[in-house]
Write a protein that binds this ligand. Sequence first.
Ligand code: PMV
Length: 361
Amino acid sequence: MTEQDFIPKPYTNTLKQGKVTWESPSNIALVKYWGKRDPQIPENPSISFTLSQCKTITTLSYKQKEAISDFSFDVFLDGEKKDAFKPKIETFFKRVEQYVPFLKDFHFTIETKNTFPHSSGIASSASGMSALALCLMSVEKLINVEMSNTFFNQKASFLARLGSGSACRSVEGDLIVWGHTKHVAESSDLFGVKYPYAVHDHFKNYQDTILLIDKGEKQVSSTVGHNLMHNHPYAASRFQQAHDNLEKLKPILETGDLKRFINLMESEALTLHAMMMTSNPYYILMKPNTLEVINRIWKFRENTGLHIGFTLDAGANVHILYPESEKVEILNFIENELVAYCKNGEYICDQIGFGAQEINN
Ligand code: PMV
């Protein structure tokens, strides 16, 4: 598939007004995407678990305009008008207009809400942009009825990527690869694909407990962080490492080797943060409590032999991943020992999920 394949033929149907709704989950990367070039092409392949509880629910209402003018839309978060979101959506519309050329034909009302607090430090861009991209695809499907489900999902992921890179991994579940690598057949820089190889039952319902360590706004945005990988002294070896890790992950996922899984996942998380610390300008997103939690996880793992591991995204929060069979002991440990390091004692229990869903209006 190339970008050209996502440019539609002239539409045959017309629409007056209506609405569509999608709920789309967040995702957590095991091999991290860090570094990109225009237009949102990743410098390295990544793979993520799709989550199920942390999600965005978006309703897109469309009404045909009298005359075709510029983009016209209003955005509401939790029922309140949110003009601060407009520039990001306007940029997204500009980027995707050639692929969904009906955008200027309608006035849109975008009503969105998250199941996790906006200020939690959990990125809402992946779930938010994928939910919006899926809504646009539902509108396109009404105009262009003949569209396979495979193409629908592929194009939704393609559009979501143009909104926020990691959003392209939130359309489907449960393990998604984005970025071309010879180690994964059919992988593409343009959209996410379902991981096509065997996955052991140990990963079924794999748990992700997210400790909310710091809820503040990030000092350095992901966009700035990605750009700091240009001319980064370790960029070339980091990008190669991501390919190598995807290759290494295949037998780990197949045999359910949780020790090696945890080793690879934690190494990826710390490498991501090492890239931030070795950028110029350099910066640190981890907080003292992030390190405290990591050390306690390591100690608990050593003492119990349980398969508890962590990963981080571009922030201070810690994602604790573990198999469902060890849920009781590990949640006990989290509640007894780790909650004290969370802001207001807050954490979110999530688990691997199967992707976005359309909601009937
Ligand atoms: O989608 P973005 O541009 O917000 O980038 C997110 C990158 C990480 O979350 C740090 C890693 C990843 O692969 O999700």
